[in-house]
Design a protein around this ligand. Structure first.
Ligand code: IFM
Length: 464
């Protein structure tokens, strides 16, 4: 069976594909600190750039922020118990730097570390493997005031912070992700202005990107020195670019957009160089690269984390001969409420391409999921058939990629629970668990029940 057959809207995985997943495959769910924790002032946490940005008028939908979010900080045990009930085998969460080192550099805050230590213990008690991300966008505001990622010092501060965390949790956490989505940190935060710190300067994005990657490169050997058996990787977000026609201008635009959107970060990490045409095509100067930087950035990793949601389609512009345009919405395709096309083939193609072009030791799909307008009946039921169909089609895409040789070792649904979707605030729900924000009640959505059933049937999943 080909992916195009299976990509049709379907409510369950083709049973013959389940055997494709290896016995130790990590079936998981993912979240991030600022998006779920709330407790913005608890136990010595300092402000992050997202606290500051969210409180700027017009930055976030209806002026919302992460002060309370899903209040996971106070519901942590209940949330972990719910994961266990759903048969989740692995949980990807992120650690908030402002809780650990509130001053950005210097003294470690024991109460901040204690929260994550208790989380890890609770996960292990329930047989759930922790996968920790060290940076999912909540930079201490105090560091932003000293230049943030535009300052090379921030890369060194990140490595110190990473060491403090891994020194404390590394005896129990075996999978470490340094950075989540450097593209979003760099471009959305520094050029596009839609994310913290809200800058609109393409040159700043290039500089920030280099320092984010340097932070990653500096942290990796420090993690390995502390925990030689740790599995260390980075998570990149990809949006594969497709051509809608065969015009030369389309081919050119696809190549250039792919360089910007997909190769900007994977090439320094896996090849030790930035793509040759990147800076000229973006009309910017190269970042300030110092001797030894690229070797640090490209040191071998144990895995590459892949976040995939959708693709981009480009074609010739019928109104403007010789030019191209993004085709959106894509005729005949379904789209989520983020406006993203549902395109599971893109995940299959992406995993195979990464395997072919960069040969990572292992791949994890560290995020994949969809936002829909879920309807809670006020009782125990949230009907979300579209999310279930989305997950079915994308998990099938992963199965096909494994079958075709890609070394995929895990899949994490974004997200375990509804949360603060950055500039969209709470208006977009990605969870397989619904959050009723006024009461903080958790209600497992139909897709969450389906994921539970899937994990009970999937190879390696313990019966719960
Ligand atoms: O919510 C985000 C997450 O923080 C990073 N990856 C994409 C998700 C959906 O937009």
């Amino acid at each position: 069976m080909t992916l195009s057959d299976t990509a049709q809207v379907r409510g369950d995985i083709d049973p013959s594909l389940l055997a494709t997943f290896p016995p130790n495959f990590q079936w998981g769910v993912a979240t991030s600190s600022y998006q779920i924790e709330g407790a913005a002032e608890a136990d010595g946490r300092s402000l992050s750039i997202w606290d500051t940005f969210a409180n700027k008028p017009g930055a976030v939908y209806q002026g919302q922020n992460g002060d309370v979010a899903a209040d996971h900080y106070h519901h942590m045990r209940e949330d972990v118990a719910l994961m266990a009930q759903l048969g989740i085998r692995s949980y990807r969460f992120s650690i908030a730097w402002p809780r650990i080192i509130p001053t950005g550099v210097g003294a470690v805050n024991a109460s901040g570390l204690a929260f994550y230590s208790q989380l890890v213990d609770a996960l292990l008690e329930h047989g759930i493997a922790p996968m920790a991300t060290l940076y999912h966008w909540d930079l201490p505001q105090v560091l932003q005031e000293q230049g943030g990622w535009l300052s090379r010092n921030t890369a060194f501060a990140f490595a110190d912070y990473a060491e403090a965390v891994v020194g404390h949790l590394g005896d129990r956490v075996k999978h470490w992700i340094t950075i989540n989505e450097p593209f979003c940190i760099s471009y959305l935060g520094h050029a596009d202005g839609k994310h913290a710190p809200g800058m609109r300067d393409p040159q700043a994005a290039i500089i920030a990107a280099h320092h984010v990657l340097l932070g990653h490169g500096l942290a990796v050997p420090r993690i390995r020195a502390l925990m030689p058996d740790a599995q260390v990787g980075i998570t990149l977000d990809f949006s594969p670019i497709y051509a809608a026609d065969d015009l030369p201008e389309t081919r050119q635009a696809v190549t250039s957009e792919d360089t910007f959107r997909n190769r900007w970060f994977v090439e320094p990490v896996y090849r030790g160089t930035y793509p040759e045409t990147l800076f000229a095509e973006q009309h910017v100067a190269p970042p300030p690269i110092q001797e030894g930087d690229m070797a640090l950035i490209s040191a071998p990793l144990d895995f590459l984390g892949v976040n995939y949601y959708s693709r981009q389609l480009i074609g010739g512009d019928p109104d403007n001969s010789g030019s191209t345009r993004a085709i959106y919405p894509v005729p005949g395709s379904a789209h989520t409420v983020m406006g993203w096309e549902v395109f599971p083939q893109g995940l299959n193609d992406l995993l195979l391409r990464l395997h072919r072009d960069y040969a990572p030791a292992a791949l994890y799909v560290t995020e994949n999921g969809a936002a829909y307008n879920d309807e809670w009946d006020g009782g125990d039921r949230v009907s979300d058939p579209e999310r279930r169909e989305y997950l079915v089609a994308h998990i099938e895409a992963v199965a096909h990629a494994i079958d075709q040789g890609a070394p995929v070792q895990g899949y994490f649904v974004w997200s375990f629970m509804d949360n603060f979707e950055w500039g969209e605030g709470y208006s977009k729900r990605f969870g397989v668990v619904y959050i009723d924000y006024p009461t903080q009640r958790r209600i497992v959505k139909d897709s969450g029940h389906w994921y539970h059933d899937l994990l009970a049937r999937a190879p390696g999943s313990p019966a719960r």
